[in-house]
Write a protein of this length. Structure first.
Length: 74
């Protein structure tokens, strides 16, 4: 088993990819972190800018994670 510390939780992962093992307390820590991530990641919209002919396209924002846990294993 390979142990990794993810945030405040310790996760044991099978090296062959057969599973992830963690204690009930660590599962609770991950669930709370996931809930906090979603609570603070709401869609915030900015006012639309006035479009003019001399404007250029904005840079891409990159890949947005669907969930906090995805940022750990992604």
């Amino acid at each position: 088993m390979d142990e990794k510390t993810l945030g405040e939780a310790t996760v044991s992962q099978c090296p062959e990819g057969h599973g992830v093992f963690l204690s009930r307390a660590d599962l609770g820590v991950l669930v709370e972190a996931e809930n906090d991530w979603h609570r603070n990641a709401g869609q915030h919209t900015a006012p639309l800018p006035r479009i003019t002919a001399d404007m250029t396209a904005p840079p891409s924002t990159g890949k947005v994670s669907r969930a906090w846990v995805e940022t750990l294993f992604g």
